[in-house]
Design a protein around this ligand. Sequence first.
Ligand code: SF4
Length: 345
Amino acid sequence: MVPMKHQDGYIHTPFPQQLVIEVTAACNQRCIFCGRSYMERPKKTMPRSLFEKIVQEVAHESPYTEIWPAFMGESMLLGNKLFDQIRYAKEIGCQKITLNTNGTRINERTVPHLIECGIDRLIVSCDAHTAATHALVRPKTRSNGEGLEEIYRGVLLLLRTLHKRNLRRPLIEMQFSVFDENEHEAEAFCRFWLDQGAIVKIRPKLHWSGTVADGGSPACSHGRKPCLWALETAAIHWNGNVVMCAVDCEGKYVAGNIEIQTVKEIWNGPLRWIRELHIRHRFNELPEICRKCPDWGVKKARAYFPDTFWEAEYEGYLRQGRIFLQQHYWREAGPALRQSSAALH
Ligand code: SF4
């Protein structure tokens, strides 16, 4: 597969830069803005053999592809099984792993595992700075479950432990998705966590491609651009279905299945055509989920850093894969094409 750079700078990569793997669709929260709260497909756990097949392919094909072992579920509910899976992926050569969690399982017992299993970046999606707002936007599925206070306690313990041991990984990123219900707490959230030494990400409202109803901005509005989710990310449901993108929670567009295909085949098959339509701005020809999606510009979030050291660490981590992918293209392209692609980079 030859890398192709279009005139507006978008690149077809031979493998996704990020791969979202739904190790479980179980969750202990029922967030008002999460697609999972509205989705109808079964909420089960991915067989370990399927997870291993996927990460083996990543290790072989594109070790710097960033693996996200979380999609429409809370992966930390798997307990030690999750840490074992992450350890396995790291041991066979996967270089970048980002875990996105709601933070309810970060505590004295799990902090050592989070530090030692090989996670490079931990994103804690909190979306509130007071217990009342947290209970409103992220209601628990059990009345005696963890609230914001426990989550904050767990993350602070993790930060303190990393600091004490002088460790730079995992990078700790506190995420706040902005909605009408929590907007007023975004600034206080940001200030608090920067003071604690965490990176903060403020994310615009996501509609899970129309699953969470409030309309969003018109999908084909003037100025629509190719969606970075389509161009960079592939997502796999627990049953092996590779879907449109990392916000296709219901599986409205299934491009293939990992039980019988490889990530590379699907990425360079049906998903390649989707990317082509985005890059050529032929949005009206996209499958309905993508054509009508209000989330095409949401992937980019705003990051804030406690200081320049962590900014450099974070950017270095993100860049790692890009350097590899560049080398990877060249290896795959062969000498003749290297010459012609040199002008493109
Ligand atoms: S436009 Fe929407 S459905 Fe299409 S790839 Fe982007 S986020 Fe996914």
